[in-house]
Ligand binder design. Structure first.
Ligand SMILES: Cc1cc2nc3c(=O)[nH]c(=O)nc-3n(C[C@H](O)[C@H](O)[C@H](O)COP(=O)(O)OP(=O)(O)OC[C@H]3O[C@@H](n4cnc5c(N)ncnc54)[C@H](O)[C@@H]3O)c2cc1C
Length: 506
């Protein structure tokens, strides 16, 4: 049963006031998965912790991933054994601490002669992949003969298929993992605030005096902290004091109806040295992704027509009878990988390793990594912060303590979007910091990406949000118009691809 009437989060005013009083042990800048993980870990160890996010939690890359918990089979081919081992262990950790957000997902990887992914190599590779999970992968890999591949994937182009391997990773819900991690952080005493932007900071008398802008109230706020963690993902080299150097690459995903590509398992489609996935997602299939250098304004990242063409060409090459076209899209999204800079070579070959660096005393930059490894990144970061500052802190328990108590896993949180209901919407407003129509549609529920008629869903929930948040008619109208402008091109007349894919900065 969902609880709707208790455990409301403190009001934003209360949270802002808390941030401004006294001295924090740690201020985390950035409310994506890395910042959320650091805040949870620090709060659980007893540090007085605050987190600020400039837009909505999970606004950045952490709501635009492939939704996979994975070791990264392709990184094995690149020889990054340690990276795969770390990520493989972490995918099991997430499965243990948040089973509601980690479902075993089988992948079929068909093989053809002449590909760099020969069947014999892959057969060895997937066995090694299982071993790197400490022999306890989310399922056991196997090798499939040609007939079995054709029976399982009847629409697959048959020419040259030599067989396939079948291996396991996990399916998750990226934005939900962020929100639930923040709920956990808050339940351990962290103060978390959205629409609060880090502007600048000075170090004096062993403290960081941080200038923060409450962008909702358009008010300045001063926050003092003994240590600061810059966990701003793609923005992290733009913060004052940051010493990071990033290379941003864009990846897009398309969502189609599962009836158009009835996949029983996820499927891997090789394209040159790259691989793309078709991932079953309830009644839909997620197709992706791309990997191209990006140099524009981060907030403007979008899925362009050429991205759509590229992904559909690869999928139509693998499943010619599907004849997928742009009209088949239910939705699409685009995100940026905050990769540790390596200016040379192909974007797909850049390592997904992470880096934790202290640029100045008490100032930490955390960059790179993956959704899958967020907890380990957080643990290593907090270890360093604690050691450098000399905090008396408890040991890290994030790998063993459940993300949410069982009674909190109540239908509002999961891998697939929940049914649309007034009670769930109230819950997101009162207990999960949702402040705008888009927050609920895009990041609390994924209704925006799952439902072709998401505008009708948004219209339906508008009065419920207005009631929960005390909006008057004018405010409700403003929210509705903002949503239409960003997400419903036919209403607003805005550029279709832009509108489909760029959540507003509000
Ligand atoms: C296309 C694509 C597919 C991916 N697929 C997978 C996958 O399947 N599995 C996987 O493990 N990983 C995947 N990744 C990688 C993973 O999504 C990222 O590594 C991860 O989400 C990065 O999280 P983050 O917290 O570092 O950054 P973000 O999620 O971007 O969070 C940073 C936050 O900081 C905020 N911020 C910025 N500046 C300020 C400021 N001045 N003040 C306050 N807040 C600020 C931003 O608004 C943002 O919300 C994928 C990435 C991409 C792009």
């Amino acid at each position: 049963m969902m609880r709707d009437d208790c455990g409301d989060v403190p009001s934003r005013e209360t949270a802002l006031a808390r941030l401004g009083e006294g001295v924090l042990d740690l201020l985390v800048v950035g409310g994506g998965i890395v910042g959320a993980g650091v805040a949870r870990d620090a709060a659980m160890r007893g540090l007085k912790t605050g987190l600020i996010e400039q837009y909505d939690f999970a606004y950045g890359t952490s709501s635009r991933s492939s939704h996979l918990l994975h070791g990264g089979l392709r990184y094995l081919a690149q020889g990054h054994l340690r990276l795969v081992h770390e990520a493989s262990k972490e995918k099991r950790v997430v499965h243990r601490i948040a089973p509601h957000l980690a479902e075993p997902l089988a992948f079929i990887f068909p093989t053809r002669p002449g590909w760099q992914w020969a069947r014999w190599k892959l057969s060895i590779g997937v066995k090694l992949y299982d071993l790197l999970c400490g022999r306890r992968n989310l399922g056991r890999s196997s090798t499939l003969g040609r007939d079995r591949v054709w029976r399982t994937l009847p629409g697959l182009a048959r020419q040259g298929i030599t067989g396939a391997v079948r291996y396991f990773d996990g399916l998750t819900n990226d934005a939900r993992l962020v929100i639930d991690t923040l709920r956990s952080a808050a339940s351990h005493g962290a103060t978390v605030v959205n629409e609060a932007r880090f502007v600048d900071a000075q170090r004096e008398d062993g403290l960081w005096w941080c200038e923060v802008r409450d962008t909702a109230g358009d008010m300045p706020l001063e926050v003092r902290a003994r240590a600061v963690v810059n966990a701003t993902g793609p923005w992290s080299d733009r913060l004052p004091h940051s010493r990071t150097d990033l290379r941003l690459t864009k990846g897009v995903h398309l969502v189609i109806d599962r009836g158009r590509l009835p996949l029983p398992d996820a499927v891997v489609m090789a394209e040159g040295s790259r691989i793309l996935f078709g991932i079953p997602w309830g009644d839909r299939v997620i197709l992706g992704t791309t990997d191209t250098d990006f140099a524009g304004r981060i907030e403007d990242v979008r899925c362009e027509e050429e991205d759509v063409r590229y992904v559909l060409d690869v999928v139509n090459g693998a499943f010619p009878e599907a004849r997928l076209a742009a009209d088949d899209l239910v939705s699409a999204w685009a995100g940026l990988r905050p990769l540790v800079a390596d200016r040379n070579g192909n974007p797909s070959d850049i390592s997904r390793r992470h880096e934790i660096r202290m640029g100045e005393p008490g100032w930490w930059d955390v960059t790179g990594g993956k959704l899958t490894t967020y907890r380990l990144m957080a643990e290593q970061t907090v270890d360093k912060v604690v050691r450098q500052a000399g905090f008396a802190a408890r040991r890290c328990r994030t790998a063993v303590e459940p993300l949410l108590p069982p009674e909190e896993v109540d239908g509002t949180s999961g891998i697939l979007p929940p049914p649309v209901s007034e009670a769930t919407v109230r819950h997101y407003c009162r207990r999960e910091w949702a402040r705008h129509l888009e927050d609920v549609m895009v990041r609390r529920t994924l209704w925006r990406y799952y439902h072709a008629n998401h505008d009708r869903v948004a219209r339906r929930i508008l009065p419920w949000m207005a009631d929960a948040l005390g909006w008057n008619e004018a405010k409700a109208e403003t929210e509705w118009n903002a949503y239409l402008q960003q997400h419903c091109p036919s209403h607003s007349g805005a550029n279709e691809w832009h509108a489909r894919n760029v959540p507003s900065t509000l």
